[in-house]
Design a protein around this ligand. Structure first.
Ligand SMILES: [Cu+2]
Length: 255
């Protein structure tokens, strides 16, 4: 593939037109222009340009989730909160699921995850509710509310934290070990946030439609894993071949 493209590109590098051959050259250049319009500009494509593009969906009946009663600080938090432990698109796509490769491909990754991520406490919910940070990365926890929150977590591999967070204060916490961590606020019992500390760069978070993409994958067989806070973890074998991107649907049984 790469070889063919290079050859094409060198064919395109036509010699500079001499006066006598100007007419012929402009015909050649014109033909080349048409070729490029039809085929697109030749871009170098290496062996790691594959991708898995997919959707995480719910299999089975969506559970009925009740609104969460707000029992304190209603002047900021409101009277009730939407249950966010499972958020579905109209088509059944699951938002804020974390998808990753069990084993990353060898060689340097195409792109790195952002080393600092933000999680806010706003309107008395963690926003976003789920964040992915690389091992060795940091999270800036914010408080945009005009009241006191708290950050409380008891991870297994990373140090625990239990910090008071007045309005406007940023608390930065580093996460060195890969794991999935629940974060709560002791003052508002309904508040839940999740920090997924990634072992390598091949992690993705689903959007509102339940869609995700993992890029920079050489052809091969991969075990793709997906985690969602209510539904747990599901695995699927995916083969990345000539088709690009490789489509996949990851179904998570309802519960
Ligand atoms: Cu709070």
């Amino acid at each position: 593939m790469t070889f063919r493209i290079h050859k094409r590109a060198s064919t395109g590098g036509a010699p500079a037109p001499r006066r006598s051959a100007a007419r012929t050259s402009s015909t050649v250049l014109c033909a080349l222009g048409v070729f490029m319009l039809v085929n697109g500009l030749p871009t170098p494509r290496d062996a790691t340009a594959g991708a898995i593009k997919g959707t995480v969906t719910l299999k089975g009946t969506a559970p009925e989730l009740k609104k969460l009663a707000v029992t304190i600080d209603q002047y900021v938090c409101g009277k009730e909160k939407n249950p966010e432990e499972l958020v579905l698109s109209p088509q059944g796509g699951i938002r804020s699921a974390v998808v990753w490769l069990e084993k990353p491909p060898a060689g340097p990754p195409a792109a790195a995850l952002a080393s600092t991520v933000t999680m806010d406490q706003k309107d008395c919910v963690f926003a976003p509710r789920v964040v992915v940070v690389p091992a060795g990365g940091k999270i800036d926890f914010l408080n945009s509310d005009r009241l006191l929150h708290n950050l409380h977590s008891t991870p297994s591999a990373n140090p625990p934290f239990n910090r008071t967070q007045p309005k406007g204060r940023t608390i930065t916490i580093a996460f060195d070990k890969p794991e999935i961590i629940r974060v709560t606020c002791d003052l508002h019992s309904w508040m839940r946030g999740w920090v997924v500390v990634a072992e390598h760069p091949y992690y993705a978070l689903t959007d509102g439609a339940g869609e995700f993409e993992l890029r920079g994958l050489p052809p091969g067989r991969y075990t793709v894993k997906v985690w969602q806070e209510r539904l747990g973890t599901v695995s699927k074998e995916v083969v990345v071949g000539d088709q690009d991107p490789t489509p996949v649907t990851l179904e998570m049984p309802a519960r």
